[in-house]
Design a protein around this ligand. Structure first.
Ligand code: FES
Ligand SMILES: [Fe+2]
Length: 315
């Protein structure tokens, strides 16, 4: 455990986490990865489906992410050429006449994979429990009338709970970001999904425009923030634990392909503004500590309610 991790006395949350962009993994590609304090291997079969398994071969421990090969849809270990399917079953042992039955059963070395919206997600749970919910596509992206625009990523020195508490921390917006304190968003939990929405009056050169921001977060690993009114934009924000003190944060922005010219500049300004705010937060996160019992006062946001909500992601 690094010194950094000690600032945060929080376990890793379970959920679906983005581990690669779809365009980083062509058919036949293999990538060794390390997220959630775990080593695993991701590959794409000839059929175009991405699959993931624990990194170390159960035979004699070779790493399946180096010098290995994709054969059809399966992964071939570099050491003795055992073949593995995406469900963890052994499909071929070239020098053995019989594959023992226990090697022919799906096993918990397999990582559930979901690919959509240009990203590859894996399900991670500390006890290898099966997925407790599904990720579902976003209408705007699924109907193909929207397109991906800018993409940004940062490695931040903070766990996901602390990172995403940012939205509930109403009182930091004015002093840190120089924005007007936003109204407290309406906040609703449904199973493992968090919804919030906030209506705002946004000043523009053409006068005050009614704006609305809605958020849907299906788990700790991804949230969809939809801006309505002043412009039409969707921010897919992804948080992937590296270890208990570090998170890979990704922003993928989407806009309608037919967005009016006048709104394109507003969108660009919003992208710049969200990045500017994140970078101000990052400078604080780099050195802050998680306080289990913070000293809260009237005017602080629903921080404890948020923590209570988030605790459902801990096993
Ligand atoms: S170590 Fe993988 S096949 Fe032997
Ligand atoms: Fe912030």
């Amino acid at each position: 455990m690094s010194a950094n991790s000690k600032r945060f006395d929080l376990p890793l949350p379970f959920g679906w986490f983005a581990v690669a962009r779809s365009d980083e993994l062509a058919a036949g590609d293999i990538r060794p990865l390390e997220y959630c304090e775990s080593e695993f291997v991701l590959w794409r079969g000839e059929d175009g489906t991405a699959r993931a398994l624990d990194a170390y071969c159960p035979h004699l421990g070779a790493h399946l992410g180096y010098e290995s090969a994709v054969v059809g849809n399966d992964l071939r270990c570099p050491f003795h050429h055992w073949h593995f399917a995406g469900d963890g079953t052994v499909t071929d042992i070239p020098y053995a006449k019989v594959i023992p039955p226990k090697l022919k059963r799906p096993c918990d070395r397999a990582w559930p994979v979901y690919e959509d919206m240009g990203m590859i997600f894996v399900w991670w749970h500390p006890h290898k429990a099966a997925p407790l919910w599904e990720l579902t596509p976003v209408t705007e992206i699924a109907d193909e009338k929207w397109e991906a625009t800018e993409y940004k990523e940062w490695i931040v020195d903070i766990p996901i709970q602390e990172l995403t508490e940012n939205g509930a921390d109403i009182a930091h917006f004015a002093p840190l970001h120089g924005t007007k304190s936003p109204p407290v968003p309406e906040f609703k939990a449904d199973g493992y999904t968090r919804y919030s929405s906030v209506s705002t009056k946004m000043p523009t050169p053409k006068g005050i425009v009614d704006g609305k921001i809605t958020v849907r977060a299906p788990g700790p690993g991804v949230s969809f923030t939809r801006f309505h009114g002043i412009t039409e934009m969707l921010l897919m924000q992804m948080h992937t634990p590296i270890d208990s003190g570090h998170t890979l944060l990704r922003h993928q922005y989407y806009i309608p392909s037919a967005l009016e010219e006048s709104k394109v500049n507003v969108t660009k300004a919003l992208v710049r503004e969200t990045s500017r705010q994140i970078e101000q937060d990052i400078a604080i996160w780099k050195h802050k500590k998680y306080l289990k019992e913070p000293t809260l006062v009237n005017g602080d946001g629903p921080i404890l309610a948020y923590r209570e909500f988030f605790s459902r992601y801990y096993a």
